[in-house]
Design a protein around this ligand. Sequence first.
Ligand SMILES: [Zn+2]
Ligand SMILES: [Zn+2]
Length: 236
Amino acid sequence: MPISSHIHRIARSALDLIFPVRCASCEAPGESPFCGPCADTLVPLPPGCPVCSVPGEDEVLAALRPRRCGHCRERAPPFAHASAPYLHGGALAEAIHRLKYEKREDLARPLGVLFEACAPPRADVIVPIPLHFSRLRERGFDQARLLADEASRRFGLPVAGLLVRTRATGQQVGRDRAARERNLRGAFAVCGELRARRVCLLDDVLTTGATAAAAAQALLDGGAARVEVRTLARAP
Ligand SMILES: [Zn+2]
Ligand SMILES: [Zn+2]
């Protein structure tokens, strides 16, 4: 064995002692990002709306005749496209919950591997959807920023913090779509030069798309040429 790979192996096992490889959901040792049983709960995003990717009622029909969903037909969102590699649920939902609410920022790296399961965005720059300063202070880190760094590595695109959340919008959970939209109106502002660049907005989960829509609108108003959205998971 060449000496360099020997040293590499020693370094790796030392790292494994400090940061043992574990399942991001159930902590089973030795497998990353998920152990076998947890990986079995991951559901690749089925065919659906070509704009917001909400899964179609009839998956086969949606794949054959891509049609915008009722919400996108009624009022097209400001982003051109939103997609995610997997549906939000099972072990992935558990891992995202741990990342956000159990201060497990170390999980951003293994979860970032999941971006490999989706096509690269048509974009010049990745912009994470920011937390409000008060939430950032409470959590200590911004999970979207950490995931954006991982997506950047995979898609070969730079990350730029070009958005700020100008007011705390509280929890979106429990609000319907209209209430979410009202709550988010004007909640984001651009802080930097967009120069007609194409932006890929990045976040952990897309639910109704109201947050992504508000962020995308701010970017377009600020001079972005096109905005698409990429998240780790999409609510079914
Ligand atoms: Zn597991
Ligand atoms: Zn749609």
